[in-house]
Design a protein around this ligand. Structure first.
Ligand code: NOJ
Length: 530
C-alpha cells in the first residue's frame, strides 16, 4: 500500500511530462480577479428542465433519440424526461445562483418548448411564460442573464425536414431568434446563438455521439456547419439592426476547444497540433473572428484537394459567396469559449482509409497521457491546467486579442458533496486563467463554471456529475445541496482571489482515492508504459 501511495505521489506531484501541469514555472503568484471581472454559472435546458412534453412542449431530437431511436443511448438507461425538474424548480435554481454570488446565469432556451414544431405559426405561450418567470426571478436577485438560443435540442419536426442540412433552417432559426428578442430583449444582456456547434455537426451529423446520430462524416458535418454559421450570422444581424439600438446587449457564440499540444517539438507534430485547432475550433471561429473571414485557408485547400482526388465533381466543403463571407465576418461581440481538457497531437501515419471523413481530411491522431491526473467520471477529462492557459493565448494571438468570456469549464465526478477533486480543478483552472490575463495579457472578461447543478450528461446519463450543487435525482423535489466546490466558488467570487491554501503544484486530490482501484489502475498503466 505504501508503495502504491509513494508511486502515485511521484506521478502526480513530480511529473516528468513534456507539457507539465503547473501553469507557471515560477513561484506562486497571488493574482486577483479585477473588480469588473464577471463570474457566472451555466446550465442547459435539456440537461436540467425535464417536463419534456409538459404544457404544449414539442418533441426535440434528443427526446426522439432516447424514446424512439435508441432507448439505451445513455449508459445508465436514463432519459432527460425529468432530469433536475427545473421546469418546476426554477425558483430554487435562481436562489442557488444568488447563493453563489455570481454576476451571470447562463442557461439555454428549448426551441421546441417555445415553438413545438420549430416554426413561427405555432408559438407556445406556456413555454414563453416559463422563461419569463425565470428571467424575473433572476432580476429579483440582480443576476444578469446570458441566454443560449440553441444547446442542441432541435425540434424533431425540423429534423424530419433535414435539420441543419436544409438551407431553409437559416430562416427558421432567424424566426425563432426574433421571437426570443421580441419577448426577452428587455431582460437579457448577453445572447449566445449556439453552444458548441462542433458537437452539433461533427458529433451529431458526422458521428453517432449526439442526436440525430446521422453518421455521415465528411459531408453532413460540413453542410450542417455551413448552414449553422449562416443562421448564427443572421440572428446576429437581426439583433444588431433592430434590437441593439434599444437594448444595448451583446451577441456571440460559444465554441468548444481542447488544447492541442504537439507530441514533440518536431515541425510535423507542431503542424499536427495547429491543424487540429484549425479543423475544429478554426472551422467555426475563422469565419466569424478572423480579419479575412471564411474557413481556414489550409482547411479549404486540403478538403478541395482530397475531394478532387476522390472524384467528386465539387468540394465536400461547401463554399461561401464573397457576400456571405462579409456577412458572417465580425458577428461576435465577444468570444465564448468552453474548455475542459488537453490532447497530444501528431500526424496520422497512414491516412485513415480512403473513405471521405472529417478525420481523414484532418489527417492527425490525438491522444492523452494516462499519467495526467483524472479520477473523473468523464473518461476524456484529464486535468491539464497549463493547456487552458495555452489555448487562451492561441485564441488571443489568432483573433487580435479578442474579448473572451469563458462560457463553460468544470469537472465531473461520480457524486457526493465533499468534492475535493472539483475544488482542486477549479483552483488550478482559475489559476491558469489569472496567469493568462496577467502574464500573457489576454483579454479575458469573465468565467462561467459548468455547471450550477448535477444534470443529465448526455450519453453518460445521470452517472457523471458536473454540478456545484448536488441533485438528489431520487427525491420527489430533486433536492439540491451545495457541494464543497459551491462554497469554494462563492468564496473566490467574494474575495476575488484563489483560496489561501491553494497550491499550484499540488495535484494530490486526483491521486489518493477512497477506493483502491484507481491507484491499482494507475500503477498498471505505469508499468505498461515503462
Ligand atoms: C459541454 C456541453 O456544452 C455541456 O452540455 C456538457 O454537459 C459539458 N460540456 C460537459 O460534458
Amino acid at each position: 500500500m505504501l508503495f502504491l501511495f509513494l508511486l502515485s505521489s511521484f506521478v502526480f506531484k513530480g511529473n516528468a511530462d513534456t507539457i507539465g501541469l503547473n501553469v507557471s514555472a515560477g513561484p506562486k503568484q497571488n493574482y486577483t480577479f479585477p473588480k469588473d471581472f464577471l463570474f457566472g454559472v451555466s446550465t442547459a435546458a435539456l440537461q436540467i428542465e425535464g417536463a419534456w412534453d409538459a404544457d404544449g412542449k414539442g418533441e426535440s431530437i434528443w427526446d426522439h433519440l432516447v424514446h424512439v431511436q435508441n432507448p439505451k443511448f445513455a449508459k445508465d438507461g436514463s432519459t432527460p424526461d425529468v432530469a433536475a425538474d427545473s421546469y418546476h424548480n426554477y425558483k430554487r435554481d435562481a436562489e442557488m445562483v444568488h447563493e453563489l454570488g455570481v454576476n451571470i446565469y447562463r442557461f439555454s432556451i428549448s426551441w421546441p418548448r417555445i415553438m413545438p414544431k420549430g416554426l413561427k405559426n405555432d408559438i407556445n405561450q406556456k413555454g414563453l411564460e416559463y422563461y419569463r418567470n425565470l428571467l424575473m426571478e433572476l432580476e429579483k436577485y440582480n443576476v444578469t442573464a446570458m441566454v443560449v438560443m440553441y444547446h442542441w435540442d432541435l425540434p424533431q419536426a425540423l429534423q424530419e425536414m433535414g435539420g441543419w442540412t436544409n438551407e431553409n433552417i437559416v430562416d427558421y432559426f432567424a424566426d425563432y431568434a426574433k421571437v426570443l428578442y421580441d419577448n426577452y430583449a428587455d431582460k437579457v444582456k448577453y445572447w449566445v446563438t449556439f453552444n458548441e456547434p462542433m458537437q452539433v455537426c461533427l458529433e451529431g451529423y458526422g458521428n453517432t455521439y449526439r442526436a440525430p446520430k446521422l453518421n455521415q462524416t465528411g459531408f453532413a458535418d460540413y453542410l450542417c456547419t455551413h448552414n449553422l454559421l449562416k443562421a448564427h450570422a443572421k440572428a446576429y444581424h437581426i439583433y444588431n439592426t433592430t434590437y441593439r439600438p434599444t437594448y444595448g446587449g451583446q451577441v456571440a457564440i460559444s465554441l468548444d476547444s481542447n488544447w492541442a499540444e504537439p507530441k514533440t517539438e518536431s515541425a510535423s507534430d507542431r503542424e499536427a497540433a495547429e491543424r487540429y485547432l484549425q479543423f475544429h475550433l478554426g472551422w467555426y471561429t475563422h469565419p466569424i473572428y478572423s480579419a479575412e473571414g471564411n474557413y481556414p485557408a489550409e482547411m479549404i485547400r486540403i478538403i478541395d484537394e482530397k475531394s478532387r482526388q476522390q472524384n467528386f465533381s465539387q468540394s465536400r466543403l461547401p463554399k461561401f459567396t464573397p457576400e456571405e463571407i462579409e456577412y458572417i465576418k465580425g458577428t461576435g461581440d465577444f468570444f465564448g469559449l468552453n474548455h475542459y481538457t488537453t490532447y497530444y497531437l501528431t500526424m496520422a501515419d497512414k491516412q485513415v482509409g480512403a473513405v471521405p471523413s472529417h478525420a481523414n481530411d484532418c489527417g492527425i491522431v490525438r491522444f492523452q497521457n494516462p499519467k495526467w491526473p483524472s479520477k473523473s467520471s468523464s473518461n476524456w477529462l484529464r486535468v491539464v491546467p497549463v493547456g487552458f492557459r495555452r489555448l487562451l493565448k492561441w485564441v488571443s494571438n489568432e483573433y487580435n486579442n479578442v474579448s473572451i468570456l469563458v462560457t463553460e469549464n468544470g469537472f465531473a465526478d461520480f457524486s457526493g458533496v465533499h468534492d475535493a477533486e472539483r475544488v482542486s480543478y477549479y483552483g488550478h483552472y482559475l489559476n491558469a486563467l489569472l496567469h493568462s490575463m496577467y502574464e500573457d495579457k489576454t483579454n479575458v472578461k469573465g468565467y462561467c463554471a459548468w455547471s450550477l447543478m448535477d444534470n443529465w450528461e448526455w450519453d453518460d446519463g445521470l452517472t457523471s456529475r458536473f454540478g456545484l450543487f448536488l441533485v438528489d435525482f431520487k427525491s420527489p423535489n430533486k433536492t439540491r445541496t451545495p457541494k464543497d466546490s459551491a462554497k469554494m466558488y462563492a468564496k473566490v467570487i467574494k474575495s476575488r482571489s484563489l483560496p489561501d491554501n491553494f497550491d499550484p503544484t499540488d495535484f494530490s486530490a486526483f491521486s489518493s482515492s477512497n477506493v483502491l482501484l484507481p491507484s491499482v489502475l494507475t500503477v498498471v498503466t505505469l508499468l505498461s508504459l515503462t
